[in-house]
Design a protein around this ligand. Sequence first.
Ligand SMILES: Cc1cc2nc3c(=O)[nH]c(=O)nc-3n(C[C@H](O)[C@H](O)[C@H](O)COP(=O)(O)OP(=O)(O)OC[C@H]3O[C@@H](n4cnc5c(N)ncnc54)[C@H](O)[C@@H]3O)c2cc1C
Ligand code: FES
Length: 527
Amino acid sequence: MKKSFAQSRSVWMDTTEAALESALTERISADVCVVGAGIAGMTTAYFLAREGKSVVVLDDGPIGGGMTARTTAHLVNALDDRYFELERLHGEEGARLAAESHTAAINAIEAIVKQEAIRCEFERLDGYLFVPPRDSQKILDDELAAVHRAGLTNIEKVERVPWDSYDTGPALRFPRQAQFHPLKYLAGLAKAIKEQGGRVYTQTHATEIEGGKKARIDTKGGGVVNAGAVVVATNTPVNDLIAIHTKQAPYQTYVIGARIPKGSIKRALYWDTPDPYHYIRIETVGRGAAAYDVLIVGGEDHKTGQQDDANKRFSALERWTRRRFPMIEGIEYRWSGEVMEPIDGLAFIGRNPMDAKNVFIATGDSGNGMTHGTIAGILLTDLIMGRKNSWESIYEPSRMTLRALPEFARENLNVAMQYKDLVVAGDVDSVEEIKPGVGAVISRGLNKVAVYRDPKGEIHERSAVCRHLGCIVNWNTLENTWDCPCHGSRYDALGKVIQGPANSDLAEEKSDGEQSTDSKQQSAGTS
Ligand SMILES: Cc1cc2nc3c(=O)[nH]c(=O)nc-3n(C[C@H](O)[C@H](O)[C@H](O)COP(=O)(O)OP(=O)(O)OC[C@H]3O[C@@H](n4cnc5c(N)ncnc54)[C@H](O)[C@@H]3O)c2cc1C
Ligand code: FES
């Protein structure tokens, strides 16, 4: 895969080949250019291609090399942020539309899998929501009442989750949830897009995105796309400087995959209710007599770039899991990824605020990005085709939900606090203190320098100033990346940008410590 997350590999990355296409090197045109080949971009391209639009997809990695490779792929209308909370923020009708759209997204995935004959292990199953030991059941009762008001009347309270090894006490059972293998699904979408005449280019980084009558997307290798509309599906928009990034917050979340005897835990989706919560599913790996189950358990989230203690978090996940599932035979996978948490619980899907009318975004997925990404495909296709869609207002990117103002203030105060790193001392005093394979920020005069010593001992220096809005990046030991604590931009060890909102690499560091002039500002088209 594109990303240099060597020690952090998901079960999906391990069970599929990286899906590479050729890079774009020429000037081409299309009705719609989609930037980003994750679930949001590929689903949008698929629906548009089916409408007869000529579509071009660009991605700077392989297909699905972003967060879609790191998901746990629960396909649910049992939403992270609780329906009683969505009701408080968006009203009863808003919560109803959220339930309707996520249910429709699961149905749409099922229909695509069938229509395109995609072998991606799509499976309908139950989901169970339970509370931690000794916690009050009130949250379950409140949620049950709210989901019924939202139209999900088939949800019921049951005595316990169907585990023999651990009694959770009462739980809510959500029927007709689903799961799949996300990268196999995207491979199927890519095939279908190309069969409809769509073009998919990988290893193609979009550097400038400009809307308007003849929208234009410039790429690093010199290729250019002119399009009637642009969809920026880069997980977090690289074409938006401020509007969206003050309304969503980046969190790093952790996952382990434990080998268990096949069939020893009932196949279903499971979640508990603390913040951060645990999320659990089962994936079968291998075939025939060699097949076994992997119990996938995630949680232990923290704000991106604000902690560097992945081993502690994996250990906590392992302890939690072993206590409940003594049949574990060993831990086979450990990985992490980033989730964009919208302050009011719903994704931002629609026209990019303060931009030309033909530039669209999909972001703010929270832990429901598989369905939010699919909703993006349905909703953005309607908007581009000029059709009305009743979900438009709840996902409108320019909305400001007044009842979410305390969350807005809390997250943005947290961001403001990160700017203190501009003036405090670096992580170490000198380059000599940095061990092979490790990075650290050092102060050099007024500048902060991100210094990485590669395993051979060679030193690589870049400016530690994030290319988005100037926070100081921090080293991530698990993934060998530089992570920005403000809005979640991430760079590889050598400073190459791998996750927005920044869209350009960390600036080169001149030997006198001056940042090179040609790289002082973000090069993405920004609104
Ligand atoms: C550990 C974890 C568990 C999760 N579990 C679930 C779950 O169980 N259920 C669920 O619904 N959601 C879950 N999520 C969330 C979900 O995985 C994501 O929200 C979803 O995959 C995001 O899809 P996307 O298409 O928006 O972004 P991505 O998959 O990240 O795709 C964006 C693409 O844009 C490309 N790109 C970025 N910038 C550029 C550029 N300038 N030029 C060209 N290409 C560019 C990237 O290379 C990338 O391929 C989880 C997330 C994580 C991290
Ligand atoms: S991501 Fe916004 S300043 Fe780094």
